[in-house]
Design a protein around this ligand. Structure first.
Ligand code: SDX
Length: 430
């Protein structure tokens, strides 16, 4: 008698058993890969509310407990004790680096911070007022033209160098998108600075004078990158996995992830959240917007609230609020109008029965816009910073998929609701 637990599906009196699979922790799954072959039916799950698309050992989220772990380490501990390159190393290699491994890893990354001089010419093809996410999607996709020949994704060494190139070049490409938008010269990376410090230098430094990153702000930016590094099978990561499942060039696959992240329901929410706070303008108008958010006939949603998985506080939002307060205090902006408005909006929303019933809590995007604005990052760049941070998550999930023995091209099916078979009539009879 096998002790394999199964789920039984009965259709028109016919029963079929499907094995139940369990992981380390979290919901078990019913393995329905044989279902179409056994029953001639598909499952139906638009939005993938109840679908596990893969096995993964990278990130675990418990939406009810508000927990987020990277390779088993709680995000709170990583944000406190590690920097972003520690987290990049951890996500890629499953373990935190020793001191020697970290030194070697940092020098590997610093070997790739420059972009090809011809890549800089791509920026000139964009209007100066182009959205930086449009530029990021274009330029990162263009990297595939520089590293395509000889790319063998079945070769771990080729995958490793692609991963290191992306981690190293994303800050350079992102900062160049900003510099292009403000008509300032591109700044070459400085390998004597930290990852976050170098990014701030390339964003805010100019050839005219020395730029030294404020260490408090540098640490805050590094923490923002850590908080956004990976998040299980979210929309953009699933995009990367599906695009990569065809064997596509990894740089082009990351460009697909950038495109998906841009949407306001996903990574674009931080930009939309700040725009919403600016539109609300004053605490006295909060009830009006809470009312709109609850109105079924109004498409308005409270940006930065709600989450598919977190039905309790997004642990990243708590850490982001703390970072927000540290940055505003460092800059003498404790009474920042938007921060006070955001805290009042959070307080009112969390007391409202609609938000309680729908389990809508602030997510990572609620405070990240305020922190980034305080850091001097323009609103249009917020999602670019998210993409910069999430690149390590995307590319390690891609790497995990490519090395999965069960890996095959993703090809969902559908419930067809279109016209039945019919014949073309001569045009005079249509
Ligand atoms: C990110 O998946 C990830 O992990 C994403 C992310 C990551 O790190 O990769 O965490 C990053 O994308 C965070 C989410 C950022 N987006 C926003 O802040 C945009 C505002 N939030 C909503 O668009 C929404 O909450 C989603 C998209 C985030 C989640 O949507 P779901 O889970 O599909 O839930 P839903 O839209 O079906 O909402 C459930 C109910 C609905 O009401 P009913 O149809 O049940 O009556 O809650 C309501 C929604 O109308 N609702 C909101 C709301 N969010 C959901 N109502 C008002 N304001 C909101 N923000």
């Amino acid at each position: 008698m096998s002790n394999q637990r199964t789920a039984t599906l009965t259709i028109d009196g016919q029963t079929t058993e499907f094995p139940i699979m369990g992981g380390t922790v979290g919901p078990e799954v019913v393995d329905i890969r044989s279902m179409y072959g056994k029953t001639g039916m598909f499952t139906y799950d638009t939005g993938y509310l109840s679908t596990a698309s893969c096995k993964s050992s990278i990130t675990y989220i418990d939406g009810d407990k508000g927990e987020l772990w990277y390779r088993g380490y709680p995000i709170e501990q990583l944000a406190e004790h590690c920097d972003f390159l520690d987290v990049c190393y951890l996500l890629k290699n499953s373990e935190l680096p020793t001191a020697a491994e970290k030194t070697e890893y940092v020098s590997q990354i610093k070997r790739h911070t420059l972009v090809h001089e011809q890549l800089a010419r791509f920026y000139a093809g964009f209007r100066r007022d182009a959205h930086p996410m449009a530029i990021m999607a274009g330029v990162v996709g263009a990297l595939s033209a520089f590293y395509h020949d000889g790319m063998d994704i079945s070769d771990q060494a080729h995958r490793d160098i692609s991963i290191n190139r992306l981690i190293a070049k994303m800050p350079t490409i992102t900062a160049m998108a900003y510099k292009y938008s403000v008509g300032q010269p591109f700044m070459y990376p400085r390998n004597d600075l930290s990852y976050a410090g170098n990014f701030m230098y390339m964003m805010f430094g100019t050839p005219c004078e020395e730029y030294k990153p404020n260490p408090v702000l540098e640490k805050a930016l590094d923490r923002i990158l850590t908080l956004h590094a990976d998040h299980e099978q979210n929309a953009s990561t699933s995009t990367v996995r599906l695009a990569g499942s065809s064997g596509a060039n990894p740089y082009a696959v990351i460009a697909a992830g950038i495109a998906c992240l841009w949407g306001p329901a996903h990574g674009g929410a931080n930009e939309a959240c700040l725009q919403m706070l600016e539109e609300i303008g004053d605490v006295s108008r909060v009830p009006e917007y809470i009312k709109r958010a609850k109105d079924k006939n109004d498409s308005f949603k409270l940006m930065g609230f709600g989450h598919r998985v977190y039905k309790n506080f997004d642990p990243r939002a708590k850490l982001m609020r703390q970072t927000c307060y540290e940055v505003l205090t460092e800059l003498g902006l404790e009474n920042d109008r938007l921060f006070k408005l955001a805290m009042e909006l959070e307080r009112i929303a969390l007391e409202d029965e609609y938000f309680i019933e729908k389990k809508l809590y602030p997510n990572v995007d609620f405070y990240s816009g305020i922190v980034q604005k305080a850091l001097g990052i323009p609103t249009s760049m917020f999602t670019c910073i998210f993409a910069l941070a999430r690149t390590i998550g995307w590319i390690t999930q891609w790497n995990e998929m490519i090395t999965d023995s069960e890996y095959k091209i993703g090809r969902p099916r559908q419930l067809y609701v279109g016209p039945n078979r019919r014949d073309v009539k001569p045009v005079e009879q249509r």
